[in-house]
Design a protein around this ligand. Structure first.
Ligand code: C2E
Ligand code: MG
Ligand code: MG
Ligand code: MG
Length: 286
């Protein structure tokens, strides 16, 4: 939540602050009923495999159409849901919904067996001792093989209760789930603990991709992360790829998978299913 800026006087500052606090309270209350009132839905952003030039999976991203506030960005409401604990209910709904969607797509032959759906898991979810257990039950009850569900956790999600988090990820990856470190490079992962992590994917944060074509330091960092991922046996996903020049560099660096507006933004299901089987021409021509 950004504090008001450029406010000429104390009263103006007070008014804006009051407005922001009211909005926060309103959003927090709204979130409590958002699931039951069907105000949430998932958007799916394609991930493109640079070897096959095909969509190899999607990331499920939460969307909220509030009757009071209109469309609210997850960047605004996810932190509130984490702080209030509401993320537990919301996060469970996300997993249920993503699993149901994948079952639909597989039944209709829209996707093949290798196609995966990634869901974001908040630190608080990972801190539930039975999280891994319940996820496994949910996926097996749906008749899905575990390799088609990917769990995205952030470095901060791991830091909170490292031992518990590691145990859960261990259980999940042993059961065949894919685990990704999201926003990689923005947290505090040390090499020492990277080696212990039961993960299979590093998602390189958009912060390193944004100026990739002009910033030599970002190029070196990205190249190093991709090389290191290879040593550990992790695959790499670059997030937030928007331009051809970034795509070209990442392909030369042997990044495995690309996610970004250059191919598609997060899409509603109906739109996703229209493009899912087409080869991605941007990827082909690099
Ligand atoms: P994230 O997991 O790192 O997701 C990637 C974000 O980057 C998404 O923002 C996506 O729309 C955006 N993005 C993808 N490609 C591009 C691009 O080429 N350019 C730009 N400018 N942006 C791009 P979104 O959907 O607003 O989500 C923001 C964050 O909210 C997510 O970051 C994630 O941390 C959180 N979030 C979203 N859905 C969930 C959820 O179901 N559960 C939890 N716990 N967090 C979620
Ligand atoms: Mg993510
Ligand atoms: Mg990310
Ligand atoms: Mg990010």
């Amino acid at each position: 939540l950004a504090l008001p800026q450029n406010v000429g006087c104390w009263q103006g500052y007070n008014d804006q602050l009051e407005h922001l606090l009211q909005r926060r309270t309103g959003l927090r209350n709204g979130l409590r009923t958002a699931v039951q009132q069907h105000e949430l839905y998932l958007a799916y952003q394609p991930k493109v495999d640079l070897e096959s030039n095909q969509v190899c999976g999607v990331e499920a991203l939460l969307r909220w159409d509030s009757p009071v506030y209109g469309h609210v960005s997850p960047a605004e409401f996810i932190p509130l849901a984490e702080a209030s604990g509401e993320i537990l209910g919301v996060g469970a709904w996300v997993i249920q919904e993503a699993v149901a969607a994948l079952v639909r797509w597989r039944c209709r032959g829209d996707v093949d067996d290798a196609f995966s759906v990634a869901v974001n898991v908040a630190p608080l979810q990972l801190a539930q001792p039975d999280f891994a257990q319940r996820l496994m039950q949910c996926v097996s009850a749906a008749g899905l093989p575990p390799h088609c569900l990917e769990i995205e956790v952030t470095e901060s999600g791991l830091m909170q209760d490292m031992e518990l988090a590691l145990r859960q990820l261990q259980a999940l990856s042993q059961a065949g789930f894919r685990v990704a470190i999201d926003d990689f490079g923005t947290g505090y992962s040390s090499l020492a603990y990277l080696k212990k992590l039961p993960v299979s994917v590093l998602k390189i944060d958009r912060a390193f991709i944004r100026e990739l074509d002009t910033n030599v330091a970002d190029q070196k960092l990205t190249e190093t992360v991709i090389g290191m991922a290879g040593l550990f046996g992790f695959s790499t996903v670059a997030e937030g790829v928007e331009h051809y020049a970034q795509l070209k560099l990442l392909k030369d660096m042997k990044c495995d998978v690309i996610q970004g507006f250059i191919f598609a933004p997060p899409l509603k299901e109906a739109v996703l299913l229209k493009i899912i089987k087409q080869p991605m021409c941007n990827a082909v021509t690099v």
